[in-house]
Design a protein around this ligand. Structure first.
Ligand SMILES: NC(=O)c1ccc[n+]([C@@H]2O[C@H](COP(=O)([O-])OP(=O)(O)OC[C@H]3O[C@@H](n4cnc5c(N)ncnc54)[C@H](O)[C@@H]3O)[C@@H](O)[C@H]2O)c1
Ligand SMILES: [Zn+2]
Ligand SMILES: [Zn+2]
Length: 361
């Protein structure tokens, strides 16, 4: 029988989110119901609320979560009730053209639950990134559940479900940062600081944090930034060149979703370097670049969907690195909040007061 739970819903574009009663069906074939223990507030939730992703309101927000599997449907073998899992939005299909080419980390046809969660009046909800986890229990495809060691608090582990994975992956997977590289990260929110932590893990020696907020730059040092640049005061392109022997960085990561910042990242990159876009642009944004320099500077311009992660490979590995003291996942948790405080958490994010507010249920 469907269960009634409380969840955070964006009913219409730009309107403050509200707490609604959500109907969660019993898991069908291939599905699982997960008791959510923690879910981080990611900027992408705010993009949904602002209508910046698509118009399929109402959205059940939240997608950066960990919890315990409550029940599974027919045919589910990868998890069982009681398992501690991080939810992912890349349940690989195994049969799309990317999976068949051996690139499941880019899967073009990822699985979500087939059944729908609804409001009490039957209105079908669009779960953010096919998850929807600012809610007591959620229905997902079993492939969206990645089992990890239960020894890490849910508020910490859950962050790997989106922003922190996206940032670390932007460095280590998409940017292929390696030992001795110089890296510049533009935008030091949860995603950007995770990119800095990823660059450090990968052995980068120069790591430049760029932001317009000094508080963010201070926090970035705690994740491994060797240099900081307030780009509202100092030209970041000149600054990055000045700390890289006049050359520019090997890898420049844009973690905001702003075409003007992308141009800075493009210009601050060394010859044959790499630009990685992990920030999510709005649909109306246009990027202009000097075409001759796109050719003349060589290298590659890449986008990083979810840090090009393969959850089954990357989540347990990053949890283990955290447990060994080599990845300070807990430092991303700025505050623990309740479901009712998600709207306020969006404002705190906009004011730059937090890296991650995490709902704990
Ligand atoms: N690619 C993916 O798979 C993926 C996954 C998660 C999040 N994201 C996206 O990553 C972006 C960052 O997310 P977040 O949660 O870290 O957001 P956030 O709001 O916490 O951080 C953004 C940071 O950018 C800084 N900033 C804003 N404008 C700037 C400018 N002009 N120059 C320099 N710095 C500036 C802010 O001060 C802030 O520190 C968002 O667009 C989000 O949607 C992408
Ligand atoms: Zn696939
Ligand atoms: Zn996210």
């Amino acid at each position: 029988m469907a269960q009634q739970v409380r969840g955070v819903v964006a009913l219409s574009k730009g309107a403050p989110v509200t707490i609604e009663t959500i109907l969660v069906p019993d898991p069908g074939p291939g599905e699982a119901v997960v008791k959510v223990q923690a879910c981080g507030v990611c900027h992408t939730d705010l993009h949904y609320r602002e209508g910046g992703i698509n118009d399929e309101f109402p959205f059940l927000l939240g997608h950066e979560a960990a919890g315990v599997v409550e029940s599974v449907g027919a045919g589910v073998t990868n998890v069982q009730p009681g398992d501690f899992v991080i939810l992912n939005w890349r349940a690989v299909c195994g049969t799309c053209r990317s999976c068949l080419k051996g690139k499941p980390h880019l899967c073009f046809s990822t699985f979500n639950a087939t059944q729908k969660m609804t409001l009490l009046d039957g209105t079908v909800l669009s779960p953010a990134l096919g998850i929807g986890a600012f809610v007591e229990k959620t229905l997902v495809h079993s492939g969206q559940c990645t089992k990890v060691d239960a020894g890490v608090p849910a508020a910490t582990a859950g962050l790997l479900g989106c922003g922190v994975m996206a940032g670390i992956g932007a460095s280590i997977n998409t940017g292929t940062v390696s030992r001795g590289d110089s890296v510049a990260v533009f935008g030091c929110g949860g995603v950007g600081d995770a990119a800095i932590a990823g660059a450090l893990l990968a052995g980068a020696t120069t790591i430049v944090a760029v932001d317009i907020d000094d508080r963010k730059l201070e926090w970035a040092k705690g994740f491994g930034a060797t240099h900081t640049c307030n780009s509202s005061l100092v030209d970041p392109v000149e600054y990055i060149r000045s700390v890289t022997g006049g050359n520019g960085a090997d890898v420049c990561i844009e973690a905001i979703g702003n075409p003007n910042v992308y141009q800075q990242a493009f210009q601050a990159r060394d010859l044959a370097g790499t630009v990685v876009l992990v920030g999510v642009p709005r649909p109306d944004m246009i990027l202009e670049l000097p075409y001759i320099e796109v050719f003349g500077r060589g290298g590659s311009l890449k986008s990083s969907w979810y840090g090009d992660c393969l959850p089954s490979r990357d989540f347990p590995m990053l949890v283990e690195l955290h447990q060994q003291g080599r990845l300070p996942l807990d430092k991303f948790v700025s505050e623990i909040i309740s479901l009712d405080a998600v709207e306020e958490a969006f404002h705190k994010m906009e004011r730059g007061e937090v890296l991650r507010s995490v709902v704990v249920l």
